[in-house]
Design a protein around this ligand. Structure first.
Ligand SMILES: NC(=O)c1ccc[n+]([C@@H]2O[C@H](COP(=O)([O-])OP(=O)(O)OC[C@H]3O[C@@H](n4cnc5c(N)ncnc54)[C@H](OP(=O)(O)O)[C@@H]3O)[C@@H](O)[C@H]2O)c1
Length: 289
């Protein structure tokens, strides 16, 4: 099966490497061509449409809704490629973007499914990504071998359901990360041994363990998940919560904290949220005592 990957950034690049290892024939496109060439696998093309032509399945893994729309609907976008195929967007975007792309794909005789993911590059490399699928079950069945090569796949529901679940998941990830930044430093300030504080926090939130160097030592390289991308996710999530009419005070406070941290740490890993509490002399994040 021929698979095109649009976007060979941290996640798209890792997914390409994984699919290559699993025997898939790859066609790659990346805005910055060199980044796709550096992978040293598959065939690299100049435009999304060229990469999609000749592929049975196209997987996009791009930063945000404007980037995804451009790659599908813009000049030389994938939907200009002749022939029918399955399009899969794995980017973290809002459900409306997926609904719009699905309509456009169907008008051209193709099908579209959403498959946002949970887990970073190490999860992709280990084949342990959690892939959330939204769309027609019959299309998902045809895609199953490709998605299962990436990790555990969960069918969530009709198109839009997986994008919504991903926004809920990342709200949780953001809240846990901000809570860890606050409470690790509160524990230290209260005079508790750092290892005892950390041990307790990871017992309650095991996901934190992978970011120990960030939270404890202030080492945020390599960037697994750009802090700036979490600001994007919290904005998309807030739009969803407004739309469905639920108040989300924890998410909103967390969003403000991430926006503040992004002023200096947007390119670092999201654990850099801890910087808001790092300096003993700094004001508390909310500007209150
Ligand atoms: N990192 C994670 O742990 C993680 C986990 C789950 C989901 N995600 C989601 O996965 C997606 C990709 O994240 P990532 O961490 O792989 O980010 P990344 O390393 O920054 O890669 C972003 C990709 O999007 C491309 N891009 C950005 N803006 C573009 C535009 N306007 N037009 C065309 N291409 C554009 C970049 O191309 P260039 O190389 O030219 O910049 C690159 O290929 C995001 O939606 C993110 O929220 C990330």
């Amino acid at each position: 099966m021929k698979v095109a990957i649009l976007g060979t950034g941290k996640m798209g690049g890792a997914m390409a490497r994984r699919l290559h290892q699993q025997g898939f024939d790859l066609r790659l496109w990346n805005r910055t061509r060199q980044r796709a060439e550096q992978l040293g696998i598959g065939q690299v093309f100049d435009t999304p449409a060229e990469a999609a032509g000749g592929a049975d399945v196209v997987i996009s893994m791009l930063t945000d809704p404007p980037a995804v729309r451009q790659a599908y609907l813009g000049p030389n976008g994938v939907l200009e490629a002749p022939g029918a195929r399955i399009y899969v967007d794995s980017s973290t975007v809002d459900p409306k973007t997926h609904e719009e792309l699905a309509r456009a794909a169907v008008q051209r005789g193709s099908t579209f499914i959403e498959a946002p993911v949970s887990g970073s590059v190490p999860a992709v490399e280990a084949g342990k990504l959690l892939v959330m699928v939204g769309g027609e079950p019959a299309v998902y069945e045809r895609l199953r071998p490709v998605l299962q090569a990436l990790g555990d796949v969960r069918y969530v529901g009709p198109l839009g359901a997986a994008a919504r679940l991903k926004l809920v998941a990342n709200s949780m990830l953001a809240i846990i990360s901000a809570a860890a930044g606050e409470l690790y430093n509160a524990g230290l300030r209260a005079g508790i041994d750092r290892d005892r504080v950390w041990e307790m926090l990871i017992r309650l939130a095991p996901y934190l363990e992978a970011r120990r160097a960030g939270f404890i030592e202030g080492r945020y390289e390599p960037t697994l998940f750009r802090l700036g991308d979490m600001v994007k996710d919290l904005e998309l999530a807030s739009g969803l919560y407004r739309e469905v009419g639920i108040e989300t005070p924890l998410t909103q406070t967390t969003r403000q904290l991430f926006e503040r941290a992004a002023q200096e740490h947007a390119e670092q890993d999201l654990a850099a949220i801890a910087e808001l509490w790092r300096t003993p002399a700094s004001a508390p994040p909310a500007g209150r005592g």
